[in-house]
Design a protein around this ligand. Structure first.
Ligand code: ADP
Ligand code: MG
Length: 720
């Protein structure tokens, strides 16, 4: 009888490449074709209505009922002309994916298609099926979604999707987007005030985000033959292939044709949805790839990343492939991240992290640059918490990904600039002095432009005109970390503005005041800057000496959200209340517990139902063989040696699985989520997983290839 693995291998031999052709050669012909974008709005709305929508988008103004009705009617006409039958409020609940509940345009009582402004603006999904962390008692298990006009409406499949926020009836956020919008507003306000010290024309500052999304691709039959991949998104067993990533031959190598066509296909879908996907290439590990869209406004970029992940999952199906977003699906190979490239850009078109040829603008650049570094320094634990998840725990600090220690890389040139500024002592300028020269900031531009310093081991790196937050996990919603980043920078900019204003009120020259405040910041936050190899043990030791924290697991990292300082920070800027923060932590702890629990279960089941039976079959073959050799008077010590090894591993596997099951029963009795999460981490994952895996992987190595029931790494990872 062929086992699942044999069937998967058989399926693989029958695969053909689905060749994909774009609708036309010119991307501009179909880019945004399924989006109700600004142009379409302008065409289909009265000028007055269009202006109101624009104000709602840029100034956050409320949309009245009549306007909403007009927009709804235009949207409906467009959607129906494109063959759409249903609409949905599209949102990002705290489960980690996207959610929708479809309603038909067709109104049976009237016998025609309708779509009212009220349905555009607000809906009541069945909120009880989404996690809320205890915010809603069951009898008030209601929540509503509200239209976010700043993210464009789109058609996906045959459904009109309206991006929305999701909140409880008592007003607490139940999704990722609502707090992000508030944090973005906070950074906008604070940054505008700081910009106005330099340029009175600045009235808005937009946060931008460009996500580099890493992922693995495996054949669908292979994927389905592995209960661990199906249940937990990662392989809990599997011996390393003879050829892993040692040769680094995969990076930027040629993309296997099946994957190439898959990429082309999902890119076309993404482009139609207005997602500006730009680059595709291989990553370091076999079967690992990356897609990066051009950066956009942070809210739209976040929606687009969630949507893109969804598109990638669905399109993979057409190619008999599975896309894996887990942060560490294969042990011994590189994990996957989602680099968050972030910057702040003014309404006047200035990227505040772009050193310029004007010395005056460079002072402004330094303000934002140094302030961001100080924000990271002061809130490293919170930033660490923002990227905590069961999946990302495998990746951070695994000597192949940014460590769990937060630090900032800025490159040698900017280090020199900051050093000079720091060593300047209190600056005094006389009339006629070249103040910028005195500060040593007159000469930044040319050095940065040819700055090719690319440290890839830093969790938070300056890359010429933006910061790149690399520690974000591939499966995470960017809104979590981006809410924290924008919030902490908002607080920092507000502090800066207050300090400088105070000094100016005391009669200090503006530029001098700015330089002096910056110097204090540079000194204070020096320990967060690190230019060396972030993957090394030396850095772990050095960071400890510097007093930087290194929280290795989610169960403990999440505490940082509930520290007195964090709660105050979130509340002061109106981003989240203590209740909301507590609810979110509760959800994340529950999620963590559930993930480890599932992994533990699937580990146990696979050991008992698949691995041990296969090993026993081989054991019997060895016994037969040993007996036969003995009958013929031939030395059977090698067979017995193997038999003993196999038997030892079977015993170890059985014992550890049983012990883990017993321990889980104990751990499950713990009521408090935090304690339970810590117990799952220490008493289940840390205590058993490696040992159980070791025995199973030894068996994989030792027993007859024919008998092994699980698709092997080499079979899954070398798609051609
Ligand atoms: P690399 O792999 O070298 O880091 P990529 O080109 O793969 O670079 O990705 C860089 C990402 O950064 C892209 O999504 C790009 O659009 C984005 N990006 C570039 N400039 C900015 C900016 N000013 N703000 C935010 N993101 C940016
Ligand atoms: Mg990058």
């Amino acid at each position: 009888m062929p086992n699942q693995r044999h069937r998967a291998l058989q399926a693989l031999t029958n695969r053909t490449t689905e060749r994909v052709f774009p609708p036309t050669d010119k991307i501009s012909d179909y880019f945004g074709e399924d989006v109700f974008n600004m142009n379409r709005m302008k065409e289909s709305l009265a000028p007055d209505t269009f202006k109101k929508v624009k104000d709602a988008i840029s100034k956050g103004k409320k949309i009245d009922v009549d306007t909403a009705n007009e927009i709804a009617s235009a949207v409906k006409t467009w959607a129906i002309s494109k063959g759409t039958t249903h609409y949905t409020h599209w949102f990002q609940p705290l489960t980690g994916s996207t959610a929708e509940k479809h309603d038909s345009f067709f109104d049976a009582s009237k016998g025609l298609e309708t779509f009212k402004g009220s349905a555009l603006i607000q809906q009541e999904p069945d909120a009880s099926s989404f996690p809320n962390g205890g915010i809603r008692s069951t009898f008030e298990a209601r929540g509503y979604t509200a239209w976010d006009p700043s993210s464009p409406i789109f058609i996906w499949g045959r459904t009109l999707c309206i991006p929305t926020i999701f909140v409880s009836y008592t007003g607490e956020a139940l999704d990722y987007k609502a707090p992000l919008l508030k944090a973005v507003e906070a950074v906008d306000k604070a940054a505008v005030k700081v910009c106005q010290l330099f340029d009175r024309n600045v009235s808005k500052v937009n946060a931008s985000l460009g996500c580099e999304q890493e992922y693995f691709v495996v054949d669908k039959a292979m994927f389905n033959s592995r209960p661990d991949l199906v249940m937990s998104g990662r392989t809990v067993y599997g011996h390393n292939p003879a050829r892993g990533q040692q040769l680094d031959d995969h990076y930027f190598g040629s993309i296997p044709s099946r994957v190439y066509n898959y990429m082309k296909d999902f890119e076309i879908e993404a482009l139609k949805l207005g997602i500006p996907v730009m680059t595709r290439h291989n990553e370091v590990a076999p079967s690992q790839f990356e897609v990066a869209p051009l950066f956009e406004d942070i809210n739209v970029a976040t929606d687009h990343n969630s949507l893109l992940m969804d598109v990638m999952k669905r399109v993979a199906d057409r190619h008999e492939l599975k896309v894996i977003f887990h942060e560490k699906p294969f042990a011994g190979l590189n994990g996957s991240g989602k680099h968050n490239n972030w910057s702040l850009i003014t309404n006047t078109g200035v990227n505040l992290f772009q050193p310029s040829s004007s010395a005056r603008e460079n002072l402004q650049f330094l303000v934002f640059f140094v302030s961001t570094i100080r924000a990271i320094y002061k809130n490293a634990d919170l930033l660490r918490a923002s990227i905590a998840s069961a999946g990302n725990d495998h990746r951070l600090g695994a000597n192949e990904a940014p460590p769990a220690i937060m630090s900032v890389f800025i490159g040698s040139e900017l280090t020199a600039v900051l050093d000079e500024l720091e060593s300047n002592g209190n600056i005094k300028v006389d009339k006629g002095d070249n103040m910028y020269m005195k500060l040593g900031i007159d000469k930044i531009p040319e050095i940065i432009l040819d700055n090719t310093d690319r440290n890839r081991t830093s969790p938070f790196a300056f890359t010429g005109n933006k910061f790149e937050f690399r520690a974000v996990g591939s499966d995470q919603n960017t809104a979590g970390p981006m809410t924290v980043l924008n919030l902490i920078v908002a607080e920092q900019l507000k502090d800066f503005h207050a300090q400088v204003t105070k000094a100016m009120e005391n009669g200090e020259d503006k530029k001098v005041a700015i330089a002096n405040v910056l110097r204090e910041y540079i000194k204070e936050s020096k320990s967060i800057r690190f230019e060396g190899d972030g993957y090394s043990q030396e850095w772990v030791d050095e960071a400890e000496k510097r007093g930087l924290s290194n929280v290795k697991n989610t169960a403990r990292a999440l505490d940082a959200y509930l520290s007195e300082r964090s709660v105050k920070l979130f509340e002061n800027f109106g981003v989240m209340s203590q209740i909301e923060l507590e609810a979110r932590n509760e959800i994340r702890l529950e999620n963590y517990i559930m993930k480890i629990q599932i992994e533990a279960r699937v580990m146990g089941e696979m050991a008992l139902n698949q691995i041990i039976p296969a090993a026993m079959k081989y054991q019997n073959k060895l016994i037969e063989n040993a007996k036969g050799l003995k009958d013929f008077g031939v030395d059977n010590s090698h067979t017995i040696d193997t038999l003993e090894r196999v038997s030892r591993n079977i015993a170890s596997l059985k014992e550890n699985v049983s012990a883990m099951i017993e321990e889980r029963k104990q751990v499950n009795l713990i009521e408090d989520s935090r304690e339970k999460a810590i117990a799952y981490c220490d008493r289940i994952k840390e205590k058993y997983f490696d040992e159980i895996r070791y025995a199973a992987d030894q068996l994989e190595l030792n027993i007859d290839d024919e008998d092994w029931p699980l698709s092997k790494y080499r079979e899954m990872l070398f798609l051609r």
